[in-house]
Write a protein that binds this ligand. Structure first.
Ligand SMILES: C=C(O[C@@H]1C=C(C(=O)O)C=C[C@H]1O)C(=O)O
Ligand SMILES: NC(=O)CC[C@H](N)C(=O)O
Length: 837
């Protein structure tokens, strides 16, 4: 007889580490975990809660922002402690869950003197103490190094015990909280890894209830920096759970009744849109078919499979990406829309590490003749802009009925997926463009303030690029590529190849190739009006952030502000100086993820050093969060000096928090056990700063093939279909980029909306890049950049102006200083702003 696996229910308090805990549970215990939110209205009545709980062997009450005394912060968790005797269920509380347990049974919860977020401490536990027979869940556990994420702590009267009596009393319940049996402490003298100036000498970090089956941990067992011993504690806990259930004859219901708790792995975007299909098919508005074909109104592109054509040729060393872009324009004339994703650090050995030294640059051709999708958060509408003579045709659809923007994009790309293109080229054709920070806010359910009355500008703008040039800087070749319907003649590509040949001939004749038509004087800013963030205001915003951290509402907040530069337009010919600005910036700040994007009314000029997310056709995903910045100066001018400076708790904690957050985002798609951190806190050199980075990788599960299906139950098949993910799932699940928000993501974004006054970050803090028909994608975080809108000065007459927006900021933690943060923001700002001064 098949013995059913035990089940665990995870109660999620909107934390950004929840999926990591679920992964730890599932990989350690071989018990599937389901999850509900603390405020799920389905469980308003105790009866409904009980109906769900009876299916599980145990409950885990998770961590989260806020205070355990606040109903809205803990919700269902609080009700778990007071279940009647016949309904009681074994529990593990983690962090907020720990604090809630302590508060329920006589402990106080107060603020720590110094919040501890992303700080690793050695803890002293009852299992290390030979004189104590009941080691409980710490039995057989060695030395524990544990990551803390806490502003608050449980007070069971520990500080009133005189030092000389401490060792004798530390494992005994106090009079005020007789039900709470201490199991572990973080003590100041044990904090060998923690030199953050801890004032809190005795912090209770693990307890069990004296009579009920409740255990809890204040530290984070799932953090990447908590050591391996942690899994032993989880195993021990589950043994206790099973022992208790057996002893009390508590047998979880195994009936076929559907469970309400969800799998932590998200339903895939493809599945979501397929679920909607039967409901929507036949509707004239259905957007995945001809309605939004890639070729415009007349084409029959849905019936015609796309074919990839490529011509590869040598690229003379003297020809740069800028030359290629300008050479293309010799053939076509300067067009408004442009997309260039450049590894502008390709030739600078010191900038970035080998994996981002910049092998490829990608240039879109004929963007203006391509279909473009714009999506706006306020309206939920997508508009398809079809190329055409004169004005473009625009079709608009409200995407709410189709499950929103992400299922639409996933489905659109999947329908055009091809295999077998040039494997040396990272991009064969597909979407290129940008998204804003605000689309990320929409995705995580945070209301955007101050938006309603502003102009409707896109939050996502993607061109469907079918002709492109990929520059391979390592092999010194270029790939001139075209995606075309099977029956199309290839004249466009051929013409381009001829043209590229000309480029070579010209180069051979004249080794210093300068296409005369585009040779402009170097960018000169001319007079401009610069509005900078007010220094004192910025510092006071840092303090506001720290107050939110002290109260337990956030662990880290990435505060930002915007500078504007307004100046006369002074570009000759195109009436646009943005390309000259880009050319100057790429030299001034070479970066692995530089980009120049003109789409619709937006222009983005970026020298981003930070990869947001890359994925390949096998479903391998990589995020590369950056946290920890030092300015290059005379005293700090080597990698070694910068590494030493960043090797301190403040910087490491900043980085660690985002690594754990990104792991959570990835786990939500890739599933338990499928996320790794191959590089943790490595310092890299850039032109004007040193940056600490980490690499987090995940593997999307492959789709099940028909041979395996034969051996699967219906439930397993359904589930496999439900999680048939692609890179876009990870993309959507990870916005806004964790390095630009702080943790936990949702609460931190809400707080930042308040502190930043609802000011739109727009393209800054968004992402730019591509996702292609070959199933690959690569996106950067839009920082160290500037953007502007063509329509911002539409009403100006006479002297036309333009306004560049430059965002900059940095992560604020409990260990930040207002002046230090303001200076860090200015350092980042100066790299771009310097162009105008
Ligand atoms: C906020 C910015 O950068 C972000 C913040 C960093 C930090 O706090 O150290 C580092 C890289 C970026 O993720 C910016 O450049 O404006
Ligand atoms: N990680 C957590 O659960 C944090 C709990 C609580 N908000 C605190 O800051 O102490």
């Amino acid at each position: 007889m098949l013995v059913p696996k035990p089940r665990i229910l995870f109660i999620d308090a909107y934390d950004s580490f929840s999926n990591n805990i679920i992964s730890l549970l599932e990989t350690t215990l071989d018990a599937p975990v389901r999850t509900i939110k603390i405020d799920d209205p389905k469980f308003e009545s105790d009866e409904d809660l009980h109906k769900e709980l009876r299916h599980y062997d145990a409950v885990v009450c998770g961590p989260g922002p806020g205070h355990p005394a606040k109903e809205e912060d803990v919700g269902i968790t609080k009700r778990i402690w007071s279940l009647s005797e016949e309904r009681i269920i074994p529990v593990l509380g983690v962090c907020l869950g720990f604090q809630s347990l302590c508060l329920e049974f006589g402990g106080q919860v107060r603020r720590l003197k110094g919040p501890q977020h992303g700080i690793v401490r050695r803890i002293s536990h009852v299992g290390e103490c030979r004189t104590r027979p009941e080691a409980s869940i710490f039995s057989g556990v060695g030395e524990v190094q544990a990551t803390m994420y806490q502003s608050l702590c449980a007070d069971v009267g520990q500080d009133s015990i005189p030092d000389d009596q401490w060792q004798g009393k530390k494992w005994c319940p106090s009079k005020s909280a007789p039900d709470l049996v201490p199991l572990a402490w973080a003590e100041a003298d044990l904090s060998n890894l923690n030199d953050s100036g801890v004032d809190d000498v005795r912090v209770l970090v693990a307890v069990r209830h004296a009579t009920k089956p409740f255990w809890a941990l204040q530290y984070h067992p799932e953090s990447i920096c908590t050591n391996e011993e942690s899994s032993q504690i989880i195993e021990n806990w589950f043994q206790e759970v099973q022992g208790w259930n057996m002893l009390h004859k508590r047998h979880p219901a195994m009936s076929g009744e559907p469970l309400y708790g969800q799998n932590a792995t998200r339903e895939s975007l493809l599945h979501r849109s397929e679920q909607l299909l039967p409901m929507l098919n036949g509707s004239a508005e259905f957007p995945y078919g001809e309605h939004f074909s890639t070729q415009g109104e007349s084409a029959v592109d849905e019936d015609s499979e796309l074919v990839y054509h490529c011509h590869t040729m040598a690229l003379p060393a003297s020809i740069s990406v800028v030359d290629v872009v300008e050479a293309i324009q010799v053939g076509t004339g300067v067009r408004h829309d442009q997309i260039v994703l450049e590894s502008s650090n390709a030739y600078e050995q010191s900038i970035g590490t080998a994996d981002v030294r910049g092998r490829f640059s990608i240039i879109a051709m004929d963007v203006e003749d391509s279909l473009r999708f714009d999506y706006t958060v306020q309206s939920h509408q997508i508009s398809a802009h079809y190329p055409g003579k004169g004005s473009k045709t625009v079709r608009t659809t409200d995407l709410r009925q189709f499950g929103g923007i992400w299922p639409f994009l996933a489905q659109y790309l999947e329908k055009r997926r091809i295999a077998g293109g040039n494997s040396d080229s990272p991009f064969w054709g597909g979407f290129m463009g940008y998204t804003t920070y605000e689309i990320g806010l929409e995705t995580i359910g945070v209301q955007t303030q101050g938006r309603r009355n502003g102009p409707m500008r896109p939050d996502l703008s993607l061109a469907w690029v079918t002709r492109s040039v990929v520059v391979d800087h390592v092999r010194s070749v270029i790939h001139v590529q075209e995606l075309a319907p099977r029956d199309a003649t290839r004249h466009v590509l051929d013409r381009r190849v001829n043209f590229m040949m000309n480029l070579q001939i010209v180069n051979a004749r004249n080794s210093s190739w300068t296409p005369a038509k585009f040779h402009k004087t170097p960018f000169e800013s001319g007079p401009s009006v610069i509005h900078l963030p007010h220094q004192h205001e910025y510092e006071s915003k840092v303090q506001q952030c720290q107050e939110f951290i002290r109260s337990g509402n956030s662990y880290e907040l990435c505060l930002t502000d915007q500078t504007t530069v307004t100046r006369s337009k002074n570009g000759a010919g195109t009436n646009d100086s943005s390309w000259d600005i880009y050319k100057t910036l790429r030299k001034r700040q070479p970066a692995p993820f530089a980009s120049y994007i003109r789409l619709g009314s937006a222009t983005l000029v970026s020298s981003s050093p930070e990869r947001f997310l890359k994925w390949d056709e096998q479903g391998k995903c990589e995020l590369r969060p950056m946290k920890g910045t030092v300015r290059k100066s005379e005293t700090v001018d080597t990698l070694a000096a910068a590494t030493a400076l960043l090797d301190v708790p403040k910087e490491k904690a900043e980085n660690l928090m985002i690594v754990d957050l990104v792991r959570h985002d990835l786990h939500g798609v890739c599933g338990s056990g499928n996320v790794q951190v191959p590089r943790l806190m490595v310092v890299e050199e850039y032109k004007s700063v040193f940056q600490m980075i980490s690499i987090v990788q995940g593997q999307i599960l492959p789709a099940v093939d028909h041979r395996t299906v034969a051996h699967m139950t219906n439930e397993e098949i359904d589930n496999a279909e439900r999680i048939r993910h692609t890179g876009i799932d990870v993309f959507a699940a990870s916005l806004p980029p964790g390095s630009m928000t702080g943790a936990p993501k949702k609460r931190s974004c809400e707080i930042l909306q308040e502190i930043e006054g609802g000011q739109e970050r727009s393209l800054y803090s968004g992402v730019a890049g591509y996702m292609d028909v070959g199933g690959r994608g690569d996106w950067s975080v839009t920082i160290r950049s500037m953007f502007r809108w063509d329509d911002e000065h539409e009403a100006d007459e006479g002297d036309p102006k333009e306004t560049w927006h430059i965002g900059a900021g940095g992560a604020v933690t409990a260990l930040s200083t207002p002046v230090g943060e303001r200076e860090e923001m200015q350092t980042k700002l100066n790299g771009t702003l310097g162009l105008f001064r």
